[in-house]
Design a protein around this ligand. Structure first.
Ligand code: MTE
Length: 313
């Protein structure tokens, strides 16, 4: 049923035939200064954030208007800093994000710990303007700077047993005050099936709005999976583990009836406590209809052919 069992390690490469057929990457040179490797600042003030050099990826970007920088950086979910939307901007200032490394391990032939400078050089940094739909019913449109996760995974050579990818956020209660509470089981863990993880839409984000990520948005590196509810996009990650079995994700552990492993945006599948049919785009008054797979169905629906999306929510 799940295509995952048919995937060979040799297929975990960017050679997506359907991808090449459907999208010819139209890249053009974007603005930006070449300062990707020096200080990575915290803060909410755009001018205090180091600029990133990037190329625009128009093929994968929506042309909808983007959410204001101020809203995208002051209305956040990052429970490591508290459960209020305004907590992350208030309490993430002192998070130290330099030095930083991400350990890529598990079912791979060439495990490796990558430091941030190495991560910024794996592939050209692209601007991807993606919709982000939060499970709570609001949405934003954010210009991310990042590169396909598949490029990193290819470097560590996944084994034939690698069927899932598990992402772990930093655990540092001294700088993440929310981790001193038991609101969630720390550290924050998320996961994807490997075919989802290597899908060309899945990126590792290093920045937004032309600059490095502010701390409240998951500095210095996070996952971005635009067709799934926002909570799948784990922030401030320190580990990427390839596994044979499905990871136990934080939200599934917290409330298994409410949060499934897949968490694909789906207006037809209710959250037990509310409908998912509509959403409010931050900055707009009227609600709009939520789209299946957050509007990315033409790219990702194939991943779930034969899967009962009501059962595997
Ligand atoms: N990652 C971690 N580590 N902790 C979190 O609480 N919240 C998630 C996701 N990633 C969260 C996280 C949720 S619910 C959403 S909607 C998005 O981050 C929000 O991302 P943004 O604040 O950059 O818009």
């Amino acid at each position: 049923m799940m295509r995952i069992n048919q995937i060979l390690p040799s297929e975990i490469t960017p050679q997506y035939t359907w991808g090449r057929r459907k999208f010819i990457l139209q890249m053009s040179v974007g603005l930006g200064l070449a300062l990707p490797n020096s200080a990575r600042s915290a803060g909410d003030n755009k001018t205090s954030l180091e600029k990133l050099e990037f190329i625009k990826n128009k093929a994968y970007s929506t042309t909808e208007s983007t959410t204001e920088f101020k809203s995208a950086t002051s209305y956040n979910n990052f429970y490591e800093f508290g459960t209020d939307k305004s907590d992350p901007i208030k309490y993430s200032r002192n998070l130290v994000t330099k030095p930083w490394s991400v350990n890529v391990h598990g079912e791979v032939l060439a495990p490796k710990r990558f430091d941030l400078d190495e991560l910024t050089r794996i592939a050209p940094i692209e601007e991807r303007i993606y919709r982000l739909r939060c499970v709570e019913g609001w949405s934003m449109v954010i210009p991310w700077m990042g590169f396909p996760l598949s490029k990193l995974l290819k470097l560590v050579k996944p084994t034939a047993n690698a069927k899932y990818v598990e992402f772990t956020t930093l655990y540092r209660p001294s700088q993440m005050r929310g981790q001193k509470t038991s609101v969630l089981d720390w550290p924050y863990i998320e996961g994807l099936r490997i075919d989802e993880a290597v899908h060309p839409l899945t990126i590792l984000g290093l920045g937004m709005y032309g600059s490095v990520l502010p701390n409240q948005n998951g500095a210095p590196i996070r996952v971005i999976v635009p067709w799934k509810y926002g909570f799948k996009s784990a922030k401030s990650i320190v580990s990427i583990k390839l596994t044979e079995t499905q990871p136990q994700t934080t939200w599934m552990v917290a409330s298994p009836k409410e949060y499934g492993f897949y968490s694909n945006v789906n207006p037809g599948v209710r959250h037990p406590r509310w409908s998912q049919a509509k959403e409010r785009r931050i900055g707009e008054f009227r609600k709009r209809d939520t789209l299946i797979f957050n509007g990315y169905g033409e790219y990702v629906a194939d991943l779930y052919s034969g899967l009962d999306l009501k059962k595997y929510f």
